[in-house]
Design a protein around this ligand. Structure first.
Ligand SMILES: NC(=O)c1ccc[n+]([C@@H]2O[C@H](COP(=O)([O-])OP(=O)(O)OC[C@H]3O[C@@H](n4cnc5c(N)ncnc54)[C@H](OP(=O)(O)O)[C@@H]3O)[C@@H](O)[C@H]2O)c1
Length: 338
């Protein structure tokens, strides 16, 4: 019987996770029953939302927090190795919630979509630019940000996977785009490789002034990946009628104590701002349209993306912890199988 390797959730972290919060286990791969298939994971996506699940119950995911002993959850690109389900055939590539493990016996509930066989897009990109993070960028901008040509769009975590896609989409749709990222190297990448009009380093003491200088006409859309103090800063720069898709709250995932709260909430009223959280999974009806646009842009070299790839499943916890501290550029992946 073949063996699978899994990374298990061991315990709730106190602040930033540490390697002892995870455990690597091996077990025989279960047999495939009727209606199931065996998938071998090729790439695993590491995503900040998983840190929220490690805290237990969350509003965001309707209470679906992790309990000790569960396999860590994550999207993967995998290849079907054996199937007893009529819709899935051996050799097919799928994107789905197959978890932090080398192999998984799954049914169709775990599958998000088939990888188109002749797409010309590298497999890993179906987890990033053409997958969940690209779709997240597209949905937040299209359905909440609604940027109009000539408007100013600010994107936080701009060197990351969602942020880099959001900025390039907004630019392709005719906006002036300013990215916020941590450090010189990431800011250079944001302008030189992702083509944003300007970048601000939020770790610099002069960040608020830099942001003011780069947004002389104010901000019409703030694509918020971060929340917290940065959101407060940008509320002060928003133009009346501005829109804020709240994509994530990276500044708060690892807080060991409660966030003290925002100061500038009054400005939401004063400027009649629209601020709305959303989940990519709630916009599934728009995925085919979004994916077609993203795939065409990637294939035409009009949507650049970067990947930080950790080698081998045992490297997943360390790569996840580094990503939460800004150690990644672009999409953080794990190459699970060569
Ligand atoms: N709404 C949805 O359905 C949905 C779906 C996918 C992802 N998301 C959200 O989208 C955001 C980006 O996710 P991603 O997968 O693309 O990750 P990512 O941006 O590739 O990686 C995380 C980045 O966050 C930045 N960061 C970490 N702590 C920060 C802090 N305290 N303040 C500011 N920046 C911080 C780091 O970059 P720096 O070095 O620049 O700090 C790090 O590289 C996250 O909030 C995630 O939860 C939402």
């Amino acid at each position: 019987m073949s063996e699978s390797t899994h990374i298990i959730f061991r315990r709730k972290p106190n602040g930033l996770p540490i390697s002892e919060d995870f455990e690597l286990v091996r077990s025989p791969t279960p047999a495939v029953a009727d209606g199931q298939f065996l998938v071998e994971n090729l790439y695993l996506s590491l995503d900040p939302y998983v840190r929220m699940l490690m805290d237990g119950e969350t509003w965001t995911f309707r209470g679906a927090g992790l309990t000790p002993g569960q396999v860590m959850p994550g999207r993967c690109v995998g290849v079907v190795r054996e199937s007893r389900h009529p819709a899935y055939a051996a050799g097919q590539h799928l994107v789905g919630h197959f978890g932090w493990q080398t192999h998984a016996v799954q049914d169709e509930a775990a599958v998000e979509f088939y990888v188109p066989p002749q797409s010309g897009v590298p497999l890993s990109a179906w987890l990033g630019a053409c997958g969940a993070t690209g779709l997240t960028a597209w949905l937040g901008l299209q359905t909440i940000g609604e940027p109009r040509p000539g408007e100013t769009v600010v994107v936080s975590a701009a060197a990351g996977s969602v942020g880099s896609a959001a900025g390039q989409l907004a630019r392709a749709w005719g906006c002036r785009v300013i990215g916020i990222a941590g450090g010189d190297e990431k800011c250079r990448l944001v302008t030189e490789e992702f083509g944003f009009d300007a970048a601000c380093d939020y770790k610099r003491p002069d960040f608020a002034r830099d942001l003011r200088d780069q947004t002389p006409d104010g901000v019409d859309v703030y694509f918020d990946n971060v929340g917290g103090a940065m959101l407060d800063e940008i509320l002060a720069r928003m133009n009346p009628g501005g829109r804020i898709p709240v994509c994530g709250v990276l500044s708060q995932y690892n807080l060991a104590s409660e966030f003290p709260g925002l100061r500038n909430t009054r400005l939401i009223f004063d400027k009649r701002l629209r601020m709305q959280g959303y989940l990519v999974t709630e916009g599934r009806h728009l995925w085919p349209r979004a994916r077609a646009e993203l795939e065409a842009m990637v294939a035409a070299g009009k949507l650049n993306y970067r990947e930080t790839v950790a080698e081998g499943l045992p490297a997943a916890p360390g790569a996840f912890i580094r990503m939460l501290q800004g150690g990644n550029i672009g999409k953080q992946l794990v190459r699970v199988a060569p």
